[in-house]
Write a protein that binds this ligand. Structure first.
Ligand SMILES: Cc1cc2nc3c(=O)[nH]c(=O)nc-3n(C[C@H](O)[C@H](O)[C@H](O)COP(=O)(O)O)c2cc1C
Length: 193
């Protein structure tokens, strides 16, 4: 599949770090990847706390936006083909709901569909510290096929700004879908060139 033909679901839940979801949408748009967005109610709250951006502006970054209550949306069916779903940031609550298979919202239903179709599910979990229940849930999800990708900044690429850190982290999340957005300063790539 070329980048232009790719469709990806982006979920934004109510963990701190909504900038990760926003940046993923921006980079995917620039790369010509078609995005389907679902935003939880709590994420609308973190958006207001963390960014100077309205919910309408956030929705406008995606090619298609689905309300989290729309359980009949295209992305709730496995017959609707996508390369998978990235949830960034992923709250402990959303992560735990996905692990149980009790899919009460479009966010968890879409993630469950991605798992059952054996497509890529990447959960950019943001919480610290973690208790044993969180760690057990992460292990369970990993065994179910999800990729647990906690948002942890790298420093080997010598970031100078918060944007450098965010871009690198999001670029590494999108690497997991084999989507190149040009945001990652890769280790020793220069030497090879
Ligand atoms: C400003 C703010 C920051 C939060 N940060 C986190 C966080 O980093 N990780 C987390 O798991 N929950 C965090 N929460 C709590 C979640 O928003 C809450 O558990 C919510 O029910 C998650 O719902 P959702 O998974 O449907 O988005 C935060 C809440 C607020 C208001």
């Amino acid at each position: 599949m070329s980048e232009r033909q790719k469709r990806i679901i982006v979920g934004i839940s109510g963990a701190s770090g909504i900038i990760y979801g926003v940046r993923a949408l921006e980079l995917l748009k620039a790369a010509g990847v078609h995005t389907h967005l679902v935003v939880s109610k709590a994420a609308e709250m973190t958006l207001a706390y963390e960014l100077d951006m309205t919910a309408k502006e956030l929705r406008g970054l995606a090619d298609e936006y689905h309300p989290s209550t729309d359980i009949g949306a295209s992305i709730s069916s496995g017959s609707f083909r996508t390369v998978g779903m990235l949830i960034a940031p992923c709250s402990i609550r959303s992560m735990s709901e996905i692990a149980t298979g009790v899919t009460g919202s479009l966010m968890s239903r879409a993630a469950d569909v991605v798992l059952k179709e054996r497509r890529r599910l990447v959960l950019a979990v943001r919480e610290t510290p973690l208790h044993t229940g969180h760690l057990r849930t992460m292990l369970q999800l990993s065994e179910m096929g999800a990729v647990i990708c906690p948002v942890v900044p790298a420093f080997y690429n010598k970031p100078k700004t918060l944007d450098d850190i965010v871009n690198h982290s999001v670029g590494r999340m999108l690497d997991l879908f084999d989507i190149e957005v040009g945001a990652v300063k890769r280790w020793k790539d220069d030497e090879e060139a």
